[in-house]
Write a protein of this length. Structure first.
Length: 438
């Protein structure tokens, strides 16, 4: 069982890579290599990640957002519509103008001509907005992958805790049977059999609770791919493998791979494009018109032509130009703030990771073997009449508390790995490939 060997290998399911570097172009469209059927039977982390990244409602909504931005980019490239006008003069008046004999009718067609490259600059802004959607999708994709990984680890931990409670219940039953035989032989007081029965009842209650916790963990995982009822029966993987940790300073250098930082490149291009567009809007557009005038009095026609352009005296779009410039200038502060926030999160995450790593190692290598050895000695001594029943119960309780603590710490360790990998945009430990053993 080697689950966490595949934590955060999101690149298996995506067209691009998991780690999005500054300057890369992420895409909303992912590789559809996963089956549309919901995972059933035994599920591994790779399947859970692939299916969630394909079916999670928060991610599928980005498909509609992408289409909306594509539509806006298309709209931004259209030319202004021409205008058709009809002007009728000198009719329905008095005297010779009571009829239509002296009417003058002008038919005109006008077209606004955008100057200073407004149209291509408008399309550039729309294109940059479309790229930002891709980056927002990338950030959300990494968040979903992290949530799936942590939920999967919770399922694995719940499965192991359920097995632990089953072992505890079975052991409590065995101890109760042994105590019953010793009571019948007159070697111990009947009170000890009652105590053993109480201990067995408590173990059964905890077993029932462990089953409920596992069901809740399975339901939480399935919800990440949009299912209200999990179809899979078991998660396959292991929490026992510990990996050497890289230096925190080395991880800090990889913060630029985080898509939350990588997106600032596209954000910079977008805001620069906005500045250029607002500057172009300072130049007024030219309207060209042409048409024909009909003189009913003489049955003559004449060509009309006109040019019009606003005079940029009062409104030179100076407010929007300034606002776009300030938005561009504050981007550096926003990037710096994001880097500081991620560094702080990385420091917290690394502290939690290193603490869980050393605690898990101590529990697995020292505390757990010692607790098991103490319990075996207490149980053997009880059978030989050297120790009392309470000593056996205390040793058993200690052993299972240590085993339970070991499961929780291992789960925290692997969750911390996933969180740190999310912050640095890629794997931080070397894992073996291949299908996990149960």
């Amino acid at each position: 069982m080697r689950i966490i060997k595949i934590i955060f290998l999101v690149s298996f399911f995506m067209a691009g890579t998991t780690a999005v570097h500054a300057g890369q172009k992420p895409g909303v469209k992912g590789a559809r290599t996963v089956s549309d059927e919901e995972p059933s039977g035994v599920v591994i982390l790779r399947q859970a990640l692939a299916y969630a990244l394909l079916k999670n409602p928060e991610l599928t909504a980005f498909g509609q957002e992408k289409r909306a931005r594509d539509a806006l980019a298309l709209q931004a490239g259209f030319y202004p519509n021409p205008e058709f006008s009809v002007d009728v003069e000198d009719f329905a008046g008095s005297g010779p103008y009571t009829g239509t004999d002296l009417t003058q009718t002008t038919v005109m067609l006008s077209q606004k001509l955008e100057l200073a490259g407004k149209r291509p600059k408008r399309r550039q802004v729309a294109s940059m907005q479309r790229k930002l959607v891709d980056w927002h999708y990338e950030v959300k994709k990494q968040d979903i992958a992290l949530r799936v990984t942590k939920a999967f680890i919770d399922v694995l931990a719940s499965q192991q805790r359920l097995k632990l409670k089953k072992d505890s219940t079975e052991l409590a039953k065995q101890i109760k049977d042994v105590v019953a035989l010793r009571v019948q032989a007159g070697k111990v007081s009947p009170v000890e059999e009652i105590k053993a029965g109480v201990f067995l009842s408590i173990a059964k209650i905890e077993l029932r609770r462990a089953k409920q916790e596992l069901f809740a963990a399975r339901k939480k995982l399935a919800a990440l791919w949009g299912s209200s009822s999990p179809q899979f029966a078991q998660a396959e993987g292991s929490l026992t493998e510990l990996f050497p940790l890289p230096e925190e300073s080395a991880l800090e250098k990889r913060i630029a791979d985080n898509p939350e930082i990588g997106r600032f490149g596209a954000e910079m291009e977008y805001r620069r494009a906005r500045v250029e567009l607002e500057k172009a809007r300072r130049t007024p557009d030219l309207t060209v018109s042409g048409g024909v005038r009909r003189f009913n009095e003489t049955n003559d026609n004449a060509i009309e032509f006109g040019l019009s352009i606003p005079i940029p005296v009062l409104n030179r779009n100076q407010g929007r130009v300034a606002a776009a410039g300030y938005d561009l200038m504050k981007l550096q502060d926003e990037r710096r703030a994001a880097e500081l926030r991620i560094k702080a999160s990385l420091a917290d995450g690394y502290t939690a990771l290193s603490g869980a790593f050393f605690e898990a190692g101590a529990l697995s290598n020292d505390v757990l073997p010692a607790a098991k050895k103490a319990f075996d000695a207490e149980r053997e001594g009880y059978l030989q009449g050297k120790f009392g029943f309470l000593d056996v119960l205390d040793a058993q309780r200690t052993l299972f508390e240590v085993r339970n603590r070991n499961i929780l710490v291992l789960a925290d360790y692997h969750k911390s790995i996933a969180e740190v990998e999310r912050l640095v945009g890629g794997a931080i430990v070397r894992r073996n490939e291949g299908r996990n053993n149960r």
